[in-house]
Design a protein around this ligand. Sequence first.
Ligand code: FMN
Length: 236
Amino acid sequence: MKALIVYCHPSEDSFTRHVRDAFIRGVTDSGNEYILSDLYAMDFRTDMSEKEYLRDANYRDTNDLAGDVLAEQEKVNAADAIVLIYPVFWTEAPAKLVGWFDRVWSYGFAYGRKRMKTPDKGLILCTAGNTRERLEKFGLLESMNKVMFGDRFFGRVKSREFIVFDGMSRELEQRGKNWDMNLETAYKKGKELFASAEKAFSVDGRFFIAAENAASGEVSDETVFSYHQTGNVICA
Ligand SMILES: Cc1cc2nc3c(=O)[nH]c(=O)nc-3n(C[C@H](O)[C@H](O)[C@H](O)COP(=O)(O)O)c2cc1C
């Protein structure tokens, strides 16, 4: 299975960069694949052109999307999970990631006729300078979650998870104290990203009986099928 990782941080000298690397290690260690969109490294254009704005504002599903937008949409449709990794900037994602949504979530792709596939999972790993206590006290955590899952991902992913690595300001002791534990969590999230989807489809160890039988059928309602599954191989 394949994860699309949309990563957005202006500096490699950051904790968020370590989260990205730990998560990627987890994904590859579990035998899965990933595609990385590193928005700053790609210098992804974030501001909509007037043409793009008028296309979406007038609900025109025209065939003239920009090449960089089409490339991102292809990555989304090739993925079984979308993972966003970013630092919180003013209770939002950095402008570059917000702009990615403005342009890539275009009319006819993310809404309207919706050519977008629905990936199994939408996962957010974000780092925050504030402590969880402070983010909760002012309702900021809830609003971050609402904007992403109540709007941008709404109805566009089958399951969702929002992880905040809080208190990661360079001024707080918590940053150094929680560093290794947070990276372990990021690694685990990568390793287990597709584990629940695989479990959901497994018939291993289950028993079935026939619900219907043809007159010429060779089984009766006393026949019990014992199923075994290893990966995608099923026998009974
Ligand atoms: C422009 C800017 C705005 C920020 N706004 C917030 C914020 O609203 N809430 C918060 O908890 N942290 C905020 N932060 C702190 C970042 O989230 C923090 O730099 C990051 O989580 C620490 O990880 P890093 O080493 O990867 O940058 C802001 C940082 C910057 C540079």
